[in-house]
Design a protein around this ligand. Structure first.
Ligand code: ZN
Length: 223
């Protein structure tokens, strides 16, 4: 059962040579009103992967959410984003003008990026202590906060670089971090949000089959 905070599950089925997205398969096709019951296997509905997870159930991960409101309701592709790091109990450490916050709620609809490679058990055992010690250093006192240059991104990036150093990997600079961790996820989230809101508003959303054979141009008959 999916957490309500991440929205209703979206599915896709095929009818009328179109892809039709909705929250559940209707009895009849919204386009032709015919029965959708007798489907061929290739027409069976598929679920669309949801880019959002409940961040409090993610261990040792980087999380991303809108600073105000939620992705599904409020995000417009340009909204400010807030970022944080989870410990092994789903507590989200994040840096604001009030210093390092340890949130046990509020990140129920987040984009998550796991930070530990599978099998890094040693690091996982140490994770909560690393994160706590890192967070109590002088760099993250409230008065050091600065909206442009010493913010939630600086905090998470500096921590991620500590983890990378421990794993013997190269450090990331701010641009690489944004390109690698933030942009691909917000792009995917934006697409999903557009689809989700359209289904919410109209009950379904239709696109042409991307693999549909284009009609041949005049005069190019196949032999
Ligand atoms: Zn139809």
């Amino acid at each position: 059962m999916q957490c309500a905070a991440v929205g209703k599950p979206l599915i896709k089925f095929n009818h009328c040579r179109k892809h039709i997205y909705s929250f559940s398969v209707p009895r009849c096709c919204p386009l032709c009103r015919r029965d959708v019951g007798s489907r061929k296997l290739e027409e069976a509905p598929v679920s669309i992967s949801n880019p959002f997870v409940n961040g409090h159930q993610e261990k040792c991960s980087f999380l991303l959410r809108p600073t105000h409101g939620t992705f599904l309701r409020d995000y417009d592709g340009r909204s400010d984003l807030h970022v944080g790091i989870t410990n092994t109990n789903g507590v989200v450490y994040n840096y604001t003008m009030h210093g390092v916050q340890r949130d046990e709620a509020g990140w129920e609809q987040s984009v998550s990026v796991p930070l530990l490679q599978p099998g890094m058990f040693g690091l996982m055992d140490q994770w909560d202590k690393y994160l706590e010690d890192f967070s109590t250093t002088e760099a993250w006192l409230p008065h050091r906060y600065e909206e442009e240059h010493h913010n939630c991104y600086s905090y998470t990036l500096t921590f991620i670089n500590c983890v990378l150093a421990t794993e013997g990997k190269e450090q990331l600079d701010k641009n690489e971090f944004t390109e690698k961790f933030v942009v691909p996820r917000t792009r995917k989230a934006s697409k999903y949000i557009t689809l989700y809101r359209a289904v919410e508003e109209h009950g379904f959303y239709v696109i042409d089959h991307p693999h549909q054979e284009p009609s041949p141009p005049p005069g190019s008959g196949l032999c």
